[in-house]
Design a protein around this ligand. Sequence first.
Ligand code: ATP
Ligand code: MG
Length: 664
Amino acid sequence: MGRGSLFDGLNRAQREAVEATEGPVLILAGAGTGKTRTVTYRMARLLQKGVDPANILAVTFTNKAANEMRERVGRLVRKKVAKALTVCTFHSLCVRILRQHIGWLGYKTNFTIAVGGDRDGLLRQLIVKHGATKEKVSPNDVMTEVSRRKNAGLPLGEIEDDLIRTIAMSYQKELRARNALDFDDLLLLGEKVVREHRDVRDACRDQWRYVTVDEFQDTNGLQMNLMQELVGAPHNICVVGDDDQSIYGWRGAQVENILSFEKFFPNPHVVTLEDNYRSTEAILSVANKVIACNPTRHEKLLNPTIMGGEKVVLMAMPGDDEEANWVADTIKGQVGPGQRTLEDFAVLFRTNTQIRRMELAMREQKIPYRLVGAQSFYDRREVRDVLAFLQVGANPESDVALLRILNAPPRGIGSGTATLLLEQSREAGTSVWAAMWDERFLAQLSGKAEGSVRNFTEQITRFSEALREGPKEAGDLLQRFLKEIDYMEWMMRSCKTSEETDQRREAVGELVTALSDSTTKGHSLQEYLDSAALDKEPEDDLDKKSGVTLITLHAAKGLEYLVVFLVGLEEGILPHQRSMEEGTKDEERRLFYVGITRAKEMLYLSYCGTRKKWGQLERCEPSCFIPEMDFDWVEEQDFEVMMNEEASGDELKDAFGGLRALLE
Ligand code: ATP
Ligand code: MG
């Protein structure tokens, strides 16, 4: 790798940042100015200077961004070197730290990560236990409060609502008893173990001597503390971000982390980037005028390097069905040999309720697509079951997972037995698995129930041993195990349609494939389970599938597409209803700005006159952000007028055709 080649793809300011390898560096710059590109090159530069790849850490916000960064560095340096870098999300960074050091906090290093359905199941149990009805408190109510508190570093004991506080505290106690951590605990305990234990901190500092954080505007207080602990003098930390793209305020992100960076790391080398290489002048002009409407912001220059470009299309749609079909039709009309490919297109939306319609339109038109930022696969019941089997196989002491599959499929371990079992494990202070072997517990059961329990523990032991002996065959072993317990038959029996049957079979099939892929790559079963657990949380993505990208605005941060559709520009959607109630309209405007600036060549915006909700037609108002755009670069179109014109054109042709036929 010649030095010249590395710097060829960079402008002067970017080079300056790449050369500043020592001490704190801050790059605060607008969308598409090459921030991510710059930090990627900067890592390559560090390697070129002889830094050991194992000493380099890069933190991003999504798995997708981490993968992409790893790939981009991989293009600049040798594959093997790129592989030795640590490029990960904040949460997976914490998993890494905790798998090694959580012992200091009294947990066992084989802790389980409780997310999604398992976590909600536990919450539901506790809600019932504490006498709250479904109407009064939902798992979501508790989780929102718990998550907000944990991220803000506030104790659960100070939650105001009595009922929610009680449930939240026993939720935490239960997690602890099961040696389980939820998503927020990862960050909380990761930060804690590094902060409280000098040995841990020093070990981390010794390993990661050069640290980079992308999208720094979205870090919260906890993440900032973690960084301060991890990065000691001489503070080799490089952060990049854009305050105008700060969109996680609702999750506790503090934009001050980037705006007052020098308070945390003194005398940073500050680099500003002002040239946008991504979007046309048309798209950038629209974006700039919109974001200028935010009252408090750190003003930045953002100049286009690609002048002119096609005007941004603003389409008035009669309803959401038409909107979805129009998107699908337009994409179809532009894809073909010598034209664009499906991967050039992204459809951006604000809320999950907008997904289903769009998915349907894509399916009807047979357009392959991938869904990013919205949960689907890992939320499926069968997927959660099978992951639980695997988790138990990897570690039978994983109580949450064990309880999930105790009687699935039914094997004579009914709720009576389960209650006795839980009591036993609580009294003895052991895992549920250990309690299952306890003779005192077994003695309380009927002969039949006892037989069922012994049978089950034997089956699990065999499965577990097989997995330990043949970690590479995990996929096959899993399939054999599912067959042995007749899992698929049982699952299929509850399906109502053949479509459902197919989907479930496919989902389990995908899981087996994913597992096999992971173990052939040399990952351990626990590593696979960790990644599956992390995938379940927001921003999961299906990178392998090709096609049009359907993506939430939040997940689209940092990404770019040739053609972007931003749909549903209506009051209540963007800006979101909640933001109007909570007075966070500026954050919605930033979200709109993020959406606009994803587009490279062409941007389509649309809003509907009506939308179906709960089967009823409702009227919609165009978003208040629309008039804020630079209309010199916008072309307004009305779908109905357009269709009428086309139709009358057809009629005219028909009329002439008829006339001609008569004459002939
Ligand atoms: P965002 O704020 O959306 O995260 P960013 O500042 O991280 O954007 P990048 O994604 O790094 O920007 O770059 C935007 C696009 O511009 C990419 O396609 C990148 O390859 C290109 N680009 C960046 N710098 C240059 C350059 N010096 N010459 C040519 N292209 C560039
Ligand atoms: Mg970026």
